[in-house]
Ligand binder design. Structure first.
Ligand SMILES: CC(C)(COP(=O)(O)OP(=O)(O)OC[C@H]1O[C@@H](n2cnc3c(N)ncnc32)[C@H](O)[C@@H]1OP(=O)(O)O)[C@@H](O)C(=O)NCCC(=O)NCCSC(=O)C[C@@H](O)CCCCCCCCCCCCC(=O)O
Length: 731
């Protein structure tokens, strides 16, 4: 016997391979996941020990199962009482071995998986493998020696990049960085065995990474200071990236064992923080939303999607252009329709240059020839799916849907990208309403990760499955939601922005509100975000809802509409032609139209003063806490209503929508998770308090699901579905 193989049996088993277990596998997978992970570690410890003490064994190869080396530690098992052998001594024992241990890396070597490989003396990777230390994305740091070994192996700057971003690298980049010793296109285990035998008997002194001195870059202090500043700026209050920098600094400045102690201390702080819980919740929530279900009971596991090879986009404004780019980048043939010739030419140019820029970045050819442009809707006759992205006007959309029904081949799925209109009304324009769903993209559609897939009462599970499958193929975080005004994301935005406008009336400034939200962790405060998106969008929505009418027209007080408090401030700003960045002014002023740097605007401040004076309002001092409570709790309250109405199936759906589409800070886990961390009783109490102070604001009236959850002892977020189910069964 020459080399012995030790298999790492991963807990991250792809769904499709689950059915293919042999009996022995099935038995081990019937154990709880936590126990399985402990058993995996125990297996490695035992097998390595046996191999090392067997004189016939000359070398050891560690490989994974089912084409995956190891995706890292099982985060569900983390806790003060972890069973099975701990990871760090296991890796040390491997590194200390007196026979060469080679990691054969196929699929993924991530987190603890890569840390295990770094404990081996050599690493051979398949060319398609991906490697990385993504712990930071889970609110953690590589705490099985990864933060100490990687800088010793590849240097401080490269290690800082990988550890603070958590980005995965290809095998080719890993080879270039020096993480792996060899890359193969052939059978990785065979290559590793051959390699392991070729180095048998050689000295391992120079192969134990923990014994390497950490390469010292010049100006070490300045480098860390610069990286720390950059990380703090982009982290927006997230602790893990900062701790990652501190851990790498320990590697650069302390002996290995002391660095390891520091790594442990930092991990303990992160581990007990709410941020790690929030980030891990979002990790699982992102996967949970893929297991969608409609009220009929049909869902991801019972509904087969239609194949989509060719798709069409109708309307090539900004949104249509982004969708066209995203579809072409996914590898689909795209028919792009725009009736206005000038706009078609403009869009073609914009789409081509976006595709060229993206292809250049990725070092591939731009998929320009996948797109055919036309002014004639007849060109969509043979497509499998259409995404309508024309101007947000019901009449126009209805006309397009009538035309599509006449032109498309039978079975074509018809999707609308409307952000607020009733998609069921559109469905009623077609002879096959079961084929109609909403695909609500977020701008820019080729960049933003979120997709709301909207079903109406007549949408078939197959149409929903088709849109979800396409979203998955496009790399989107796709969430199935019911049909209502604004769906989930925009519906929750209404109370959020309403409160922000009320706060301006009461004495706040856009700067104060934005600062509070940005310190909370939003990438942009509400007012800066509105300036970016364009204030005319919301104005149009308010007008179509009959809200943004001039006071004289209704004859009512300007601050009351439909019997409730209303702030016309945003409408008045729009009446001045201030639509945000695109016009050079909005809630802030900009150097010129299209400029992105928001500056405080004295005109706006004096406008607010005059407005308050005109309406007899006395400005009072407003603190950040009130901004957060009023804006966020009003939004959360609407989230509970959405759950109550069955528009979203669970809190995870809402949270994924907010994290991936609305800049909600990921380390706070989404609005519903945040509510559970604050405490539902506290959220309820504050809403009651604010509703008492503002009885004419229905969004502040606590909804019955929130009250019911509090009455049932404020269960953790993963148990809310039980309460919601009970509520629905009683309705
Ligand atoms: C691996 C993937 C790339 C696979 O992708 P794929 O698309 O194929 O599949 P899915 O993503 O759908 O996943 C399939 C399935 O698996 C589940 N899953 C995936 N990853 C994990 C995981 N890490 N843990 C648990 N479960 C996982 C997923 O949910 C799916 O399940 P489902 O039921 O939905 O089908 C991809 O999955 C991926 O990228 N995964 C994440 C990779 C990752 O982030 N890895 C890092 C993990 S963290 C880590 O490794 C930490 C290490 O540094 C070790 C640290 C040592 C710790 C020591 C203990 C410290 C405690 C000290 C605290 C003391 C404090 C005190 O005193 O209290």
């Amino acid at each position: 016997m020459g080399a012995v193989m030790v298999r790492v049996e991963s807990h991250q088993r792809p769904v499709e391979t689950r059915k293919r277990y042999n009996e022995e596998d099935r038995e081990s997978h019937e154990r709880p996941q936590e126990e399985r992970s402990a058993a995996v570690r125990q297996g490695i410890v035992d097998k390595v020990e046996t191999a090392l003490s067997d004189p016939k064994v000359k070398s050891v190869v560690i490989c994974g199962q089912n084409g995956i080396f190891c995706g890292g530690a099982d985060i569900k098992e983390f806790g003060p009482k972890m069973s099975g052998p701990p990871l760090i001594p296991m890796i040390h024992a491997i590194e200390a071995a007196n026979k060469p241990v080679v990691a054969a890396i196929e699929g993924s070597a991530l987190g603890g998986g890569l840390e295990l490989a770094l404990g081996c003396h050599y690493r051979i990777a398949h060319s398609k493998a991906r490697l990385g230390l993504p712990e930071v994305t889970l609110g953690l740091l590589p705490a099985a020696g990864g933060s100490q070994r990687l800088p010793r192996l590849i240097g401080v700057p490269a290690a800082l990049d990988l550890i603070t971003t958590g980005r995965h690298v290809t095998a080719a980049e890993a080879l270039q960085l020096g993480i792996v010793d060899q890359v193969t296109d052939n059978n990785t285990v065979d290559a590793a065995v051959k390699f392991a035998l070729s180095v048998a008997g050689q000295s391992l002194d120079a192969r134990r990474i923990s014994t390497y001195p950490c390469p010292q870059p010049s100006h070490l202090d300045a480098l860390f200071e610069e990286v720390m500043q950059k990380v703090r700026q982009s982290a927006r209050g997230a602790m893990a990236p900062v701790a990652c920098v501190q851990a790498v600094r320990a590697a650069a400045t302390l002996p290995y064992t002391q660095g390891l102690e520091r790594e442990k201390e930092l991990m303990a702080t992160l581990f007990t923080s709410g941020q790690a819980r929030a980030l891990q919740y979002i990790f699982f929530a992102q996967r949970a939303v893929g297991r969608w279900r409609m009220p009929s009971g049909a869902g991801w596991d019972t509904s087969k999607h239609r194949p989509v090879n060719k798709a069409a986009v109708i309307g090539l404004g900004t949104m249509g252009q982004g969708i066209t780019v995203a579809l072409a980048q996914t590898g689909l043939s795209v028919v792009a329709i725009e009736t206005q010739e000038k706009q078609l030419m403009k869009a073609k140019q914009a789409v081509s240059s976006t595709l060229e820029r993206g292809a250049k970045r990725r070092g591939v050819a731009p998929p320009l020839d996948r797109i055919s442009y036309s002014q004639n809707i007849q060109a969509v006759a043979d497509v499998d799916l259409v995404i309508e992205a024309v101007f947000e006007d019901m009449g126009l959309k209805m006309e397009v849907f009538q035309q599509l029904s006449a032109v498309c081949k039978p079975g074509t799925v018809l999707c609308t990208n409307t952000s607020a209109l009733d998609m069921d009304q559109l469905a009623s324009e077609t002879p096959n309403p079961e084929l109609v769903v909403g695909m609500h993209f977020f701008s820019p559609a080729h960049v933003m990760k979120l997709l709301e897939v909207v079903y109406g009462p007549r949408s078939s599970p197959q149409a929903v499955a088709t849109a979800m499958q396409l979203g998955k193929k496009m790399g989107k975080a796709s969430v199935v939601v019911g049909n209502c005004r604004g769906f989930v994301g925009n519906r929750m935005l209404m109370p959020y922005s309403e409160q922000a406008f009320f706060l301006l009336e009461e004495g706040a400034t856009p700067e104060l509100v934005d600062r509070a939200l940005e310190e909370f962790g939003f990438s942009m405060g509400l007012f800066r975000m509105s300036d970016l998106a364009g204030l005319d969008v919301g104005w149009r929505v308010r007008k179509s809802a009959g809200l943004a009418e001039p006071r004289e027209a209704s004859g009512q007080s300007a601050r009351i509409r439909k019997g409730y408090r209303y702030s016309p401030i945003a409408d008045l700003i729009c009446e001045q032609g201030r639509f945000g960045q695109k016009t050079g002014s909005g809630w802030y002023q900009y150097d010129k139209p299209g400029s992105r740097v928001a500056r405080s605007d004295p005109w706006l401040h004096s406008f607010l003063e005059q407005y308050r004076a005109r309406h007899g309002l006395v400005a009072r001092s407003i603190d950040h806490q009130e901004v957060l409570e009023r804006c966020l709790y009003a939004m959360i309250n609407e989230g509970f209503r959405i759950l109550e109405d069955g528009i979203a199936a669970g809190p995870e759906d809402i949270d994924v929508i907010y994290v991936f589409g609305y800049g909600w800070p990921r380390h706070r886990g989404g609005p519903m998770f945040y509510a559970s961390m604050v405490g539902l009783a506290k959220v309820l109490e504050r809403l009651e308090h604010y509703h008492q102070a503002h009885p004419d604001v229905p969004y502040l009236q606590p909804c019955s699901l929130l009250k019911r959850l509090v009455a049932s002892g404020s269960p953790p977020v993963h148990r809310w579905r039980e309460v919601i189910k009970k509520l629905h069964s009683q309705l």
